[in-house]
Every structure is written in C-alpha cells, then in structure tokens.
Ligand binder design. Structure first.
Ligand code: AMP
Ligand code: GLY
Length: 417
C-alpha cells in the first residue's frame, strides 16, 4: 500500500515511523515531510494548505491512504475533497473538524450532550465581553474561537489583563478572523492529561494516556508552547480513571456525534483537566497531538496502517488495538527564543552519536548542502522506551547532551512537573 503523510513536524515523522513498521505499507510519501521522514520515505515539495495540489498528487501517484497531520488542512476540507474523489483518508471531514476550528462549537456540543467542561460565556463584541466578565472571578481564561496556531488561549490573572486581551482580540484584531468571536471560561485547576482516541464514527478506542509539558520553562513557568515534551503513561493520572472517562466523556461524545449526525473519522484528542478523580474537557483537537504522538505511537503494539484503514472504512470494532506495557519519554530540543522569535539554519551535529535505542524524530529541520540544520522552534524530539519513567528520562537526557546545535534549549523536568 502507498501512504501519503501530510505535514512536516515531529508528529508526522512519528506517524511515518509507525507506518513504516507495517508489512502492508510498501511506500511512504510526505508533503512536505522533513529530513527524518526522508530516511524512510519520499518527501515532496508542496504546501499542506494546497488542497488541489494534494488531490493531484494522490491521483498521479495512486496513493491508497492519505494521513493528515495538522488541523489547518482538515478545517479547510482536505478530507472532504479527497473522499469525494474516491480516495481514502485518515482525518475528519470539515464539519467534524469544527471541534477544533471553533471553540464555541465545541462548548455548545459539550453542554448539549452533557460532557463535563468549564463554565463559559460566548461573546461577539468587546462591549458584550466586558459585561460577561462580571460573571467570572480571576484568573479567567480568554479563548479566541478560531484556529490561532497556539496563540488563542490566554489565562488572565486580573481584570486589566482580561480587558487588554479582549480588546486585542475583539477590537484590534490581532488574531484576525480567529478572534472575532471569543469564549470566556472559568479557570480550572488540577492536572492535565492528553487523551487521544481513534474514532470511526461508530467505535471509539482510547489510546494510552500521555502528559504534555506546555510551558517553556521548568516548573511549568513561562509562556505556553506547542509542547516541550511528553511522557506516557501519564504519571499524574489517578488509578481507575478509564471507567470514569468512558462514562462521563467518551460515551456522551459518541452519542452526541450520532444525534448531531457528525461523521467523525480520525483521531480525537481530548485535552482533560483532572481533579479529585473527576475529569473536565478543556478542548478537542481533531488530529494527533504534537509531541504526544511521539510517545504514544512508540507504545503501539498493533499495525498502525491496519488501524487507520479500519478508521477510514468504519471497521474499527474489528481491530484489537494493543499497547506495550512500557514507559516512553519524548524530549523536545528547541531553538533559543522559542516560542518567541529565534534563529534558523544552525548546523546540527551528534545525531549519529546517540545510543541505538534512542529514537530521534525531526520536528523543525532541513537539509542544506548535505547538512541537517535547524528550521523551526521545536527542532528535534528525543525519545526512549524503558521499564520506568526514571529509565526513560535518564536515556533521553543523556542523548540530549550528545546532540549539538547553537542555541539548543530543553526543559529538564519532563515527566516530573
Ligand atoms: P486549549 O487550547 O483550550 O487546550 O488551551 C490551551 C491550554 O490552556 C490548556 O492546555 C491549558 O493548559 C490551558 N487552559 C485552557 N482552558 C483552561 C481552563 N478552563 N482552565 C485552566 N487552564 C486552561
Ligand atoms: N501538544 C498539544 C497539541 O498538539 O495541541
């Protein structure tokens, strides 16, 4: 089978790596891919937002399955376009992708179908937002409704910060269309957990839990990033949560899809806040998490192609999805300055010196004159399996020391905080 992976990050490298283990997969292609993916497949120039270009590629190359990594092409309708031309896709159609494309859509769905989530108020103008602020105490969470590349959620410590943020989004338009509508939300405390599930519209199969580390600095300080590292299992997850999550979240989610006639096939990534063994939904994403996927897929013990094919054809109930009873850590090596501005083009050395059991996914790299150089904020994902969190931590931190590039930065407390 010929598979096409859309995207260029560590998530897409991890997906390609898992697909490459499938005996059914004969060719891996990526648009645009990265130097890591190029070691196991063929990368092709192109934009993930060029839907017609992707359709053309699929038809020219007889691709059997297209796997879509990022949310933007899904929200633009890539799955619809490919499917409507008779091609198999892993990733939801546009309507279902609205779970990520609109916070208001998600919140309304959760309230309508009884999923636990933070109290909220949707507003469409600055005046309305100032009025609604009175219903909340501080901190309050301000969320732009639309896709904002990770910049759409601001936790506001006081009234002044809240008003400034609301003015920036609703009056100054700093997030353009994404901030025309805003959701004000009650601030929740507890531990976060990323729950990713395969879903084919009829059956939902939760993956193993992962813990992301969103802030840039140790001790969960500083601004949010796309994620600085993950561990799986999630060490903060209380015992016995499987049943609670099924009853309170997964079952109502599936019933809600059915009632609302939403054809959801792909991954649903449910961001959870857990406190006192109760879970509330922070957000839905309609794709694999990055860098959750890197940890999660290294624990997968079933053919990923088989699962993805079953999701696309609504036969997931026939697949027994199994997991390795091992720990994985994934450490992000980032460019100094990220998530703000940073330099690119720094030569990366030492990739050949890390131990054989370390898996390094490329996240923001490119090949220039035969050398691998930095090309993004998150550059590499250093991953290891082990029998304990301590073992995986010690493996990835040792490897992180062997890889060098100017401005290399990483958190020291993955799995601990
Ligand atoms: P979201 O994109 O909605 O997941 O928000 C990004 C991050 O903001 C989450 O991973 C949390 O760390 C934080 N966050 C979002 N909503 C809330 C909330 N209601 N209470 C506390 N933190 C939140
Ligand atoms: N790591 C968080 C995300 O992928 O949204």
């Amino acid at each position: 089978m010929k598979v096409l992976v859309i995207g260029s990050g560590g998530r897409e490298h991890a997906i390609a790596y898992a697909l490459n283990k499938s005996p059914k997969v004969t060719e891996i292609h990526a648009i645009p891919g990265n130097p890591g993916i190029a070691e196991i497949g063929k990368c092709h120039d192109g934009s993930v937002e060029d839907l017609q270009g992707i359709l053309h590629f699929v038809e020219e190359n007889d691709i059997d399955l297209t796997v879509v990594g990022p949310e933007v092409p899904l929200c633009m309708g890539l799955a619809d376009l490919l499917e409507d031309h008779g091609h198999k896709v892993f990733g939801p159609r546009k309507h279902a992708a609205t779970f990520e494309g609109s916070k208001a859509f998600s919140k309304e769905f959760m309230i309508r179908h009884g999923l636990p989530t933070a109290r909220y108020h949707e507003v469409n103008s600055y005046e309305e937002s100032i009025e609604a602020l009175r219903e909340f105490s501080y901190p309050v969470v301000v969320k732009a409704d639309g896709l904002a590349a990770g910049k759409g959620v601001v936790i506001c410590e006081d009234e002044m910060m809240a008003k400034n943020t609301l003015k920036e989004m609703l009056v100054d338009g700093v997030l353009a269309g994404a901030g025309k509508k805003v959701v004000l939300e009650e601030y929740l405390t507890g531990y976060e957990c990323s729950l990713l599930c395969f879903v084919d519209g009829k059956t939902i199969v939760p993956m193993v839990y992962a813990k992301d580390h969103k802030q840039i600095y140790d001790g969960n300080e500083g601004p949010n990033t796309g994620g600085m590292g993950t561990v799986s299992p999630n060490p903060f997850m209380p015992e016995g949560m499987d049943e609670v999550l099924k009853r309170d979240i997964l079952d109502p989610f599936m019933k809600g899809l059915e009632k609302d006639k939403i054809d959801y096939r792909g991954v649903v990534f449910i961001g959870l806040m857990i406190e006192n063994s109760q879970a509330k939904v922070l957000e839905f994403n309609v794709r694999f998490g990055d860098p959750e996927t890197q940890s999660i897929l290294l624990r997968l013990d079933t053919d990923l192609f088989e699962i993805m094919n079953a999701v696309a054809t609504q036969t997931l109930r026939n697949v027994d999805v199994k997991w390795k009873n091992e720990h994985v850590a994934c450490l992000v090596l980032a460019s100094q300055g990220y998530p703000g501005s940073y330099e690119k083009g720094k030569v990366i050395t030492g990739l050949d010196r890390v131990n054989k059991d370390i898996i390094v996914f490329h996240a923001g790299t490119k090949m220039t004159d035969g050398q691998i150089v930095t090309n993004g904020g998150r550059v590499l994902n250093v991953c290891a399996l082990g029998s304990s969190l301590e073992e995986t931590r010690s493996k990835v931190y040792q490897a992180a020391e062997m890889i060098e590039f100017e401005g290399k930065y990483y958190r020291k407390d993955i799995g601990l905080n």
